[in-house]
Design a protein around this ligand. Sequence first.
Ligand code: MEV
Length: 421
Amino acid sequence: MKGSSSLSGFYKKSVDERIETLREVAGLEEEDIQRLKEGLPVELANIMVENVVGTFQLPLGIATNFRVNGRDYLVPMATEEASVIAAASHAAKLALPEGFKAASTRPVVRGQVQIIGLGDLATPAQRILEAKCGLMEEANRFAGSLPKMGGGVVDLKVKAFEEPRRMLVAEFYVDCRDAMGANVVNTILEGIAPRLEELTGGRSLLRILSNLTTERMSRSSVVFRRGALGDEIIEGIIAAYDFACADPYRAATHNKGIMNGITAVTIATGNDSRAVEAGAHAYAAISGKYLPLSKWWKDKEGNLVGELELPLALGIVGGATKVHPVAQTVLKIIGAKSANELAEVVCAVGLAQNFAALRALVSEGIQKGHMRLHSRNVAIMAGATGQEVEKVASAMVAEGNIRVSRAKEILEALRGKSSDQ
Ligand code: MEV
């Protein structure tokens, strides 16, 4: 993007004005603007999935103020939940001028071939390992253009299970480069499975990637200055983190707050949010106890330090990232040059979202801000349209009474007044 991600007053602008701002700072062209306005055409939806009868749309907003590894990003988020985008933007602002640091591993995804119907396991396992180099080479023939691009099968391991059933699992590790990888990994597995049957004398059953991508990890970190937050908030956030460490019932909600950010960007970019969610929660429980995905502590100067680490299999090529017209424009707005760069930005958004939720929870609570933003939905539920929405919402906020029944009364009064004039 051109310039800074701190788009002053962005939230006060109209939708058209915001799009105009994006035209300038994110270099959007007429085609992108049409895509944002039109969404997913039903003809395209009809090609993407089966039995189509329409499309289901979500609000798409821009989180501002993100700086990750010294670079500024505008981050589109698709979510139905009020407060999420404002909260992420606010947290990112508090993290300035340093912003977030983030890193990611090589984008390696593990694919598994389950082999059943075996007598002893040691001999067939040994055969697979002895043939490892040849098997990897053969598997790479099913990897399309990945090997040419510096990716492809990078390792092969074998796991043996006696319980609850005797079986071998051959695991192919595939560097998926800029793809999420499900298609290419599953193609490789289905291609190589007959060769594994020949070698072992067993029968291959499941041939599928694992969504617990512990070889494809992202990490982000942030420091919030003591002066900007105050000791009470910092102590509160650390106590909230301790609660999540102690109790999986709290950890699930703590992690939900992180995923509010991660899932919203995952969906906006046309990526598979179920894969990311499955990996994140499985990773949270990898020690045998379900734990928070982030960590919060105080440094020597009393600043609040946060870190988030999770498996993140995101792509910038293939699948809906390239088919969904809005996802294409979203990727242009983010401007990530690789899947790893995208994952790093997403990881920073998750940490920002977690911080924002904890900060609200340990101070005024989340309902005040949430209800203020939700008041517009309530106004719509009561039948308000156009400019009425803001008027009814503001009146409810001023009264501290955000209910559909009250919204209806305010709306009636408002309409009565305008018909008198
Ligand atoms: C609500 O969508 C997310 C929170 O519940 C997260 C949390 O409790 O940390 C506020």
